[in-house]
Design a protein around this ligand. Structure first.
Ligand SMILES: C[S@@+](CC[C@H](N)C(=O)[O-])C[C@H]1O[C@@H](n2cnc3c(N)ncnc32)[C@H](O)[C@@H]1O
Length: 265
């Protein structure tokens, strides 16, 4: 069987690379044939081989769980530039846990917490952040996090779903059919989850702590407004190369008479 030709005919742009990967992942010729069938039927390559490469790491990705995107490496790079060794980091809407795992690999001794509403995502994250000693919770946004994290979070990563509901039908089938709706759907303007994350962020961030979210270029001005309304000082950074836009919100900290820092919430 000419695997590359079969994948190319099924619309796989990187058919040769994918062929090499499938051959290296298959344990038997039957296994390989099944993998090729599944790929030709449109399953994401990462769900077939069981992992995705992200920031140079091999991240386990189970069926249905959001596949970490190349562009999101830009968000991790921004966070790595801001995080100090020993920082308290929360990865909200963690999916496979790729962001937290990558930040833990880039910054020494971070204290990592991750949470997601989807049990399949939580199971994946547990595997991916085990080596970093990450704590993983299941539930709606901040709700499952330990309350003693309030006011202590230095870096809050949140790659929330941000596709407007109406645009979901326009996504490639790999996402539309094989990733959970809850991982993609950001409500009517795509910003519903971001609004909820930003509104509660000042309660959880340490003075001067940062919330980092990925957004589309088109949604960036509205995301900035949402951050400002939530009391965060917004900044937009973009990567042309990765087609990535990240909004960073800093929790304000005031210098009082004694030189001590305190936050406005
Ligand atoms: C776009 S995916 C990002 C996953 C991961 N952070 C990444 O970048 O690969 C969004 C994730 O948010 C989770 N999610 C959606 N709504 C949520 C909510 N209300 N509370 C917690 N997690 C939620 C989904 O289950 C999904 O895993």
């Amino acid at each position: 069987m000419d695997i590359a030709a079969r994948l190319r005919a099924a619309g796989c742009v990187f058919a040769e690379d994918e062929t090499r990967l499938l051959i290296s992942a298959a344990r038997t010729p039957d296994d390989l044939a099944t993998m090729v069938d599944r790929r030709a039927a449109g399953l994401p390559l990462e769900h077939i081989v069981g992992w995705a490469e992200f920031c140079g790491l091999r991240i386990a990705v189970d069926p249905g769980v959001f596949v970490p995107r190349r562009r999101t490496e830009f968000l991790v790079r921004q966070a790595a530039d801001l995080a100090r060794s020993g920082a308290v980091v929360v990865d909200l809407c963690c999916g496979s846990g790729a962001l937290g795992a990558a930040l833990a690999a880039a910054v020494e001794r971070i204290e990592l917490y991750a949470a997601d509403i989807d049990p399949a995502a939580v199971r994946c994250t547990r595997r991916n952040v085990a080596a970093a000693g990450g704590h993983v919770y299941e539930g709606d946004l901040y709700e499952p996090l330990p309350v003693n994290l309030r006011g202590r979070v230095d870096i809050l990563l949140a790659n929330v779903p941000y596709v407007p509901t109406e645009a979901i039908g326009l996504l490639p089938p790999e996402a539309r059919i094989h990733e959970a709706q809850v991982a993609l759907d950001g409500g009517s303007d795509g910003l519903d989850v971001l609004r909820r994350v930003a509104a509660a962020a000042p309660l959880w961030l340490a003075p001067g702590g940062r919330l980092l979210v990925e957004t589309s270029e088109r949604q960036a001005p509205q995301s900035v407004e949402i951050f400002a309304l939530s009391g965060l000082i917004p900044q937009v950074v973009s990567s042309y190369e990765l087609d990535a836009t990240v909004v960073i919100g800093t929790s304000p900290a005031l210098q009082n008479g004694s030189g001590k820092l305190f936050s406005i919430t």
